[in-house]
Every structure is written in structure tokens, then in C-alpha cells.
Design a binder for this molecule. Sequence first.
Ligand code: FEO
Length: 405
Amino acid sequence: MYCVRKVTDDLYWVGANDHRTTLFENIHPIPKGVSYNAYLLLDEETVLFDTVDWSVCRQMMENLEHLLEGRELNWLVVNHLEPDHAASIEQVLIRWPNVKIISTEKGFMLMRQFGFHPDNHDIRIVAEGDTHCFGGHTVAFVAAPMVHWPEAMVTLDVTNGALFSADAFGSFIALDGKLFADEVNFDRDWIDEARRYLVNIVGKFGPHIQMLLGKAAPLLDQIKFICPLHGPVWRKDFGYFIDKYDKWSRYIPEEKGVLIAYASMYGNTEAAAQALAAKLCEKGVTNVSVYDVSNTHVSYLISEAWKYSHIVLASVTYNLGIYPVMHNFMMDMKALNLQNRTFALIENGSWACKSGDLMQKFINEELRNCEVLNERLSLASSMGPDKAAELEVLADAIVESVQNS
Ligand code: FEO
């Protein structure tokens, strides 16, 4: 059964939702699913903007057959070649052998690498600033390298103001009937998953996102719809989401607050983390989130690291090093280029406490523009009452730093 939504009179969402895949890119959990968005324009010529993941290819094909009502598909515009959007290209080419393809030079290179055989078709290589008219609608192509792969572009329909934004402005979570961001409570129900999507997938390429935002800024008056490849379509409140993207891509904390991530083997480091959280709240800093790194997927930790201004790392010493799961979290922060955060440390060790110094060294040497507060809570096996004064000092230092940030 077809399942489509109308964006405008002649533009339709023809994508699909996926609740079966458990790991996006086979690494990030998606317990609330994900949508793969593709869009069909019914102009004098018909145009499909991107395709979908192979797992939902049949749904997209049914959607296309329904809307085309026997018309040919004349054009396929491929903004991004990652297979969660491009895997169904070959099926489209087989079904509509006369379809002409528009993409960037690198896009066609990747199509060949993935084995989609574009060269059996009329292909048009486009670059920044090129335009194409499909009849009533004219589109302009804008390069968006590294948002999220080097071949990526976005396409602006200058006639109706629809920006096909590829991975930019996307989100995890299946649409499940909704299409527009104003049909959901985005700030309450979606923002955490939108951040988790963006910073884990494209977080490393903040400057490239900034470049795209810079190109979009003078066009904002023309943009009426932002149509990403995942998550809802935006038709109002662009400023809300653009501001989030601006902060995330400049590595500016979204909120004043404290992420406490702890690595605890037997609950003693956890007890210290909880005691600190209580102290912070008691002292008026209540925007605090606490996570056990051992049972929290690192993509959630990364998302929270992007959200908060302050990060407390509490780690037991393990094999004279940082607890491996905590170390993995720190390596991910480095890989994704997290910057501009204030850290505080809690260390624990029963006979050779090393984790604090090692975490400090890592932050100083591997993370850009981050500082570590001097006050550190150091435990020998457990958090006893003798540590109350140290805890107080650490909490005071964090509170002061948060208030002054
Ligand atoms: Fe949703 Fe980079 O693909």
C-alpha cells in the first residue's frame, strides 16, 4: 500500500519509515526508528529527489507508482550517495530506464563505486550555482561537501522555496504519519534525537556545516520548506533549528549544565557521582544529567556532551589506565572534535589510582579549547564521609564555573 504525504500541491514525500533496523550505520541505536525521505516533484517533467535505504525500497517504489499514475519518471536528482539514501538508485534506474540523473562529479564517482551503473543513462554533472528547469520549477544546486560525505550537495527549488537539504537538518525517529516539524512537539520529543543524529554523524565536520549555513543565510527569504533526508520537513520556525545547528557545529554548549558520566565497577565511583549530582542540585545547579558509561551507548553520551557546558568524568582505574568504556567515550569526543567544554574529574583506585591524571592528560592534549578544573575528587576504593570536604570543594568549583560560563 502506498504511503505518501503532500508537501505542496505538486511536491510529495515518498519516503518510508524504518522500525526494523536496530543500529543506524550499524553502530548507532535507533529505538524510535528513522525515516528515509525522498521527494517527488510532479512538474511538466517528473523529478525524484534522492531515494531510500534498500530495506524500504519497495515502499518507495509503491509510492512512486501511485503518484506517477503511469507517467514516466524523467529525472533523478541525487544529493547524497550514502546508501541509506542511495541504495535504491539501481532499482529506480531499472524501473525507469529513460530516467536522467543529476548529481555532482563525486556523486557519479560514488554511484559507479557502489555499482549503480549510472552510465547507462543520460547523466548531468552539476556544480555550485548550476540551475536546471523542469518546466514550471527551476532548481539551483549548492555544494555541501562533508555534510556528510564529500560529494554531497543540496538543491533549492527557487520556484516553491523547497530546500532539499540532504543530511542537514535531519533527525533520528520515524515519522509515523507526521511529516512537518510543526506536527510534533519537536523541542520536547525530538531535539535530543536530532542532536544525537547530527553530532554523531557529522559532528566532526562542524566547519563544513558552518559553510553551508553561511551559504543558506542570504537565501533564507527564499526558503519556504526544508526537506531533509531524515526526520520532519520544516515549514516554519527555521530560526529555532538553525540556531541549534549553529551551536552544534561551532561546538558551543547548548545549555549551561553538567553531564556526569561515571565508570564504576562495584558502585563506589557511582556513589561519588550521585553524591556530586545531589550537591550540585542542592547548590542550585539543577540542570544535571548522570549516566553510567557501561550501560549507555556512547552516541547518547556524545549527544549529552554536545548539550552541556560542563562535563564531569568519574572513572575507576582499570589495568593502571582509564576504564575502557570511559576511554572509548573520550576517544569518541576527540574523534568528533568536541571543543569548548569545562571538565571536572573524579578518580578512583584501590592500590594505584591513575585514572585522574590520565583523563587530565587526555583532555589537555587531545581535546581543543577545553579546561579541567583544578579541584579533583580522589577516592581510594570508596566514597567515605572523610571525602565530604573534597566533594564540597569540587561542587563549589563546578557551580561557580557554571554560573560564570
Ligand atoms: Fe543519511 Fe549521510 O546519510
